[in-house]
Ligand binder design. Structure first.
Ligand SMILES: Nc1ncnc2c1ncn2[C@@H]1O[C@H](COP(=O)(O)OP(=O)(O)O)[C@@H](O)[C@H]1O
Ligand SMILES: [Mg+2]
Length: 455
């Protein structure tokens, strides 16, 4: 059997040495503010009474399409509470946004994949990043960590790179109000069957994938400073809104590919099937893609692989042979060179190229994820070492054995139909402090880590 612990130990030492050598990563396009409010049942009941209980209850039976009134807001929150299910809706009305602002929050956090990755790569790993921040308000800027994190600022036709705080923007705040409730949370006669959250997005920018003029006009200039790019935020697009942003993304991909800069797409669940198909069409322009089982399954669905899509969601832990089959189909259909799959308990990477550094980058990513789950936030690259103490997931043994049997996996690596398959069992933190943004931590650490190992 493989000595995973010693492979883990090597991987983190290698990453501590190599990752800071990366000279620049471009991050587009979504950054927002997460404002978290822990609901109080008395307060919520009073607000519902004041707004008109009857109407509110109606919306707690059936969610509105978007939020245009306070009754819809409170009803949607109650919809989530009654079912213990998460939901997210766009808040259209300014008075409702004002109401939410006055209701307040208990915690503010950096939100959006770009914001989260900028703070991790730039603020913690010390890798210079250039971030696309759709709106730079003072509040948004204040959530960026110190470190080599930059946004482009155009002055007299010239691009300067400045820290988001130094940009001194007075733009809108894109706030995602997150209303959290615990299991057993009571509102009138209702009781939450499990803990969850309702999100009201007071955000006109990320929901349409708005791209700033600086990025449209001076993109060629901006990317002179980077060796890698990570793109995310396409999940918010719909059949109605995708056209313009998709054209901009294609233009950006063209520039990046011309310069030989590998681009990673961090997939996130994209409800609109039409948009999913459009993403599939341009996936070959990306070097790499990161996704989980639900996302891979949703792609198999639009590729017409219904059975495989179902198989991916049928078992816990997820059947690794089904995952490999799906990754092979995706790679062959699109030509994407690297697919990084993550699920609870293990990761797989299918690559066109070979080398143990692919596996070692996955190990580094798994440690980063465990450190994040353990501490809520990582504060330095060295600190990730502490996650070595978290045990390797026991259930991953059966996964590894299945891969050995099927593909002759050795030390976590196999050759499958001309591709390399790399597997790692992950370290699972039993009582995580936080799991927000953990997927982004995994994918960005693995992608940047792998590249750094080739420097
Ligand atoms: N307690 C935990 N310890 C370590 N890793 C975890 C833990 N909980 C979740 N993870 C990892 O985090 C990943 C979540 O990523 P993803 O599903 O993309 O969600 P998100 O992008 O919303 O963070 C899982 O696939 C799993 O690998
Ligand atoms: Mg994710």
């Amino acid at each position: 059997m493989v000595e995973w612990e010693s492979l883990y130990g090597n991987a983190i030492e290698k990453a501590i040495k190599s990752v800071p050598k990366v000279k620049g990563v471009l991050l587009g396009y979504n950054t927002n503010i997460d404002a978290i409010k822990y609901l109080d049942s008395r307060d919520l009941e009073e607000r519902i009474e004041r707004a008109g209980k009857e109407e509110v209850l109606r919306y707690s039976e059936k969610l509105p399409e978007k939020i245009s009134s306070i009754q819809q807001l409170l009803g949607s929150i109650l919809w989530s509470v009654r079912r213990g299910k998460a939901a997210e809706l766009f808040v259209e009305s300014c008075p409702v946004r004002f109401y939410m602002k006055r209701w307040g929050w208990d915690e503010l956090r950096m939100g959006g994949q770009v914001g989260i990755m900028a703070n991790l790569l730039g603020g913690v790993y010390g890798v210079p990043v250039i971030a696309h921040v759709p709106q730079i308000s003072r509040l948004q800027a204040s959530l960026f960590l110190d470190g080599p994190i930059y946004v482009p600022k155009v002055e007299d036709g010239k691009v300067k790179l400045v820290h988001p705080r130094e940009f001194q923007g007075d733009e809108e705040s894109c706030i995602h109000f997150i209303y959290e409730f615990p299991k057993g949370f009571k509102v009138f006669e209702f009781e939450a069957p499990r803990e969850n959250r309702f999100i009201g997005a007071a955000d006109d920018y990320n929901t349409n994938l708005f791209v700033r003029d600086e990025f449209k006009e001076t993109f060629g200039e901006i990317v002179k400073n980077v060796q890698l790019a990570i793109i995310s935020g396409l999940q918010a697009l719909t059949k109605e809104t995708y056209r313009e942003p998709m054209e901009i993304i294609k233009a950006h991909l063209e520039v990046l590919n011309e310069k030989g800069i590998p681009v990673h797409l961090e997939f996130a669940f994209t409800p609109d099937e039409f948009v999913r198909k459009e993403i599939l069409k341009i996936l070959g322009e990306f070097y790499s893609v990161g996704l989980n089982e639900v996302e891979l399954s949703s792609i198999m669905e639009v590729m017409g692989e219904r059975k495989l899509a179902e198989k991916l969601l049928a078992n816990d832990p997820v059947d690794p042979i089904a995952v490999t089959e799906a990754m092979l189909k995706l790679a062959k259909e699109t030509g994407v060179k690297r697919i990084h799959f993550h699920t609870y308990g293990y990761y797989l990477a299918l690559t066109e190229y070979k080398g143990e550094h692919v596996r070692d980058a996955l190990l580094f990513a798994a440690l980063a994820a465990a450190a994040k789950a353990m501490k809520g936030n990582i504060t330095s690259l060295e600190e990730i070492r502490e996650a070595l103490s978290v045990p390797v997931n026991e259930k991953a043994k059966q996964i590894e054995e299945a891969l050995i049997k099927e593909y002759g996996l050795e030390n976590g690596i196999a050759e499958v139909e001309g591709y390399q398959l790399a597997f790692v069992p992950t370290k699972i933190v039993a009582k995580p402090k936080s799991t927000v943004g953990i997927g982004d931590t995994i994918s960005s650490s693995a992608f940047v880590g792998e590249f750094s190992f080739t420097l």
